[in-house]
Design a protein around this ligand. Structure first.
Ligand code: SF4
Length: 181
């Protein structure tokens, strides 16, 4: 039976997903072994499905939408992989944590730095609310595998996926597999 694979994009730059695409021709081999059930780069599914074997989660938890999605992901996923430094440490999006709270961040970005008539984004139900801080994934839900890098190189992503496809927990040791940045 094919492994049910998801990739999830929280508050990140999509660079980790681009590195996933750098798997190049191995993606064809991977496609024969997995069913991609949720992914911003491989499907148009909007609702996170049940019974997911592996989820690669890019990005920190920075919005109310991120929070709801990561809780769904955890509930329905057997192996949750924190995919990249933003998921593990909050990294680049976490730079906004030096500002005290979401309102300060919004005012800085949309009012103080605007050219002229700045206004705050307000569309309840459409624009998700910022959380007060960007949190690493493990601050919100348990993580099973940490896959560092900004972004993780394709070879490192492949090594992790190959272990998971063999039914093993990846052993993250050595500079090849655990270097940040
Ligand atoms: S870890 Fe780096 S590449 Fe990945 S989402 Fe964050 S900033 Fe982008």
């Amino acid at each position: 039976m094919k492994l049910r694979l998801a990739t999830v994009w929280l508050t990140g730059c999509s660079g980790c997903h681009m590195s996933f695409l750098d798997l190049d021709e191995w993606l064809i081999e991977l496609a024969a072994l997995v069913e991609v059930v949720f992914s911003p780069i491989a499907s148009d599914v909007k609702t996170y499905p049940e019974h997911v074997d592996v989820a690669l989660v890019e990005g920190g938890v920075g919005t109310s939408d991120n929070l709801a999605l990561i809780r769904q992901v955890r509930q329905h996923t057997r192996v949750l992989v924190a995919f990249g430094d933003c998921a593990i440490t909050s990294n680049v999006p976490g730079l906004r944590n030096s500002h005290p709270g979401a309102d300060t961040v919004l005012e800085r970005a949309y009012l103080q730095l605007s050219d002229s008539s700045g206004c705050l984004p307000q569309a309840p139900g459409i624009v998700p609310e910022l959380l007060e801080q960007v949190l690493p994934v493990q601050a919100v839900v348990p993580v099973d595998v940490y896959l560092p890098g900004c972004p993780p190189p394709a070879a490192r992503i492949r090594a992790v996926l190959e272990a998971l496809l063999r039914g093993e927990t990846p052993v993250m040791e050595g500079a090849e597999l655990i270097r940040f940045g």
